[in-house]
Design a binder for this molecule. Structure first.
Ligand code: PMP
Length: 366
């Protein structure tokens, strides 16, 4: 079967992929990525077998960085990096690069990954929690008021993938604001100048797992008195243009293809519209259907990317999963810490998939 035939066969299978990450990517991106594994742009070599310093790969990473820069309208003093290590690694990088020996890092505990970031940072010094919704299983985004003015940085997580809450308005502060945007980057308007650093594991709205996108204000680095290991110092990564060590080449290449797909399809503006449409449709069903209940009840805190819900009668769980399977709905099971169901609806998802899920819910137990 040719790659094209494989892609068409996959499309005809009609699986609706609600996976939380790694997750859905556009089929045309995957087809092109698959081609590149055999022969990258007809150069007679695979993307998997060329040097990261080859002119072909340097052009790829440069273009990916430029597209991020243009898409997010970055001020000149911001740099774009593609690093290894995932979002979890970046939470450690955060503490290394922004926390001084006697200083304090402030964290908003809005979900499992936010809490992990906070706990990981504790190894390096004084870390405080400034807001939390943990006592209610993160069923709301914690209220942010009276942010500290005497800390080295404030860390927030914009969208909490597991509990399905999301911050709607980013806080304004003079303290360096660091944001883990792993699960909602490229789905909303961002004024990057509000942040000292934004990071995101690629494996949701950007590409396959492997790369971590970092957008960093150069002027806010180098303020700590801490000795930073060479590979963890963001200034070194900036100086070497993401090539301090071998970058995750394939993941970066697919991220580039996906960025191009996004731009061709209307950019963040259109992605924003689509994710609003999908999430509104699903929340409407959850709220209107007496069998279901949203995990996040506070309307203002509801995620547009990860919609978490439960069946009020948990004895129906198995039956509901069977109905989903019959309708080819995949990846809908909630995270084990929350239970129930989670519909992750990232940029590549079509509204038809959301409609398929809503239809299962509408007809369930009729
Ligand atoms: N932050 C958020 C918001 C996440 O959803 C995840 C999981 N993908 C992580 C951090 C951890 O990411 P990684 O597995 O790339 O370290």
């Amino acid at each position: 079967m040719s790659l094209r035939e494989l892609r068409i066969a996959k499309e005809n299978q009609g699986v609706h992929n609600f996976s939380a990450g790694p997750c859905i990517l556009p089929n045309e991106v995957m087809e092109k990525a698959a081609e590149s594994v055999i022969n990258l742009d007809g150069i007679g070599l695979s993307i998997l077998e060329i040097s990261h310093r080859s002119k072909e790969f340097v052009a790829i990473i440069e273009r990916a960085r430029t597209l991020v820069r243009e898409t997010m309208n970055l001020p000149d003093n911001y740099e774009v990096l593609f690093l290894q290590g995932g979002a979890s690694y970046l939470s450690i990088i955060t503490a290394q690069n922004y926390l001084s020996k006697e200083g304090t890092g402030a964290y908003v505990n809005s979900g499992t990954w936010a809490r992990n970031s906070m706990n990981d940072a504790k190894v390096f010094g004084n870390i405080i929690e400034i807001a939390s919704s943990e006592s209610t299983q993160f069923n709301t985004y914690p209220e942010l008021k009276d942010l500290p003015t005497d800390v080295d940085y404030i860390h927030i997580t914009s969208n909490n993938t597991i509990a399905g809450n999301q911050i709607k308005n980013f806080p304004k502060t003079d303290i360096p604001l660091i944001c883990d945007m792993s699960s909602d980057i490229f789905s909303r308007d961002i004024d990057v100048s509000q942040f000292a650093m934004i990071y995101a594991g690629a494996q949701k709205n950007l590409g396959p797992s492997g790369a971590t996108l970092v957008i960093v204000n150069k002027d806010k680095l180098g303020q700590t008195d801490r000795e930073i290991p060479r590979l963890m110092d963001l200034r070194n990564h900036i100086e070497k243009e993401s090539m301090l060590n071998t970058p995750p080449c394939f993941s970066i290449y697919v991220s580039l293809l996906n960025l191009e797909w996004m731009i061709k399809n209307g950019g963040v503006e259109e992605m924003k519209k689509r994710c609003l449409e999908r999430s509104e449709l699903l929340y409407q069903e959850i709220d209107g259907n007496p069998l279901f209940e949203a995990h996040v009840s506070d309307l203002d805190s509801r995620s547009k990317m990860n919609v978490c819900f439960t069946l009020k009668d948990s004895s129906l769980n198995e039956e509901f999963i069977t109905s989903c399977e019959k309708a080819k709905i995949s990846g809908i099971k909630g995270h084990r810490s929350v239970g129930g169901y989670r519909a992750s609806m990232y940029n590549a998802m079509s509204i038809e998939s959301t409609k398929a899920l809503v239809n299962v819910m509408k007809t369930f137990k009729l």
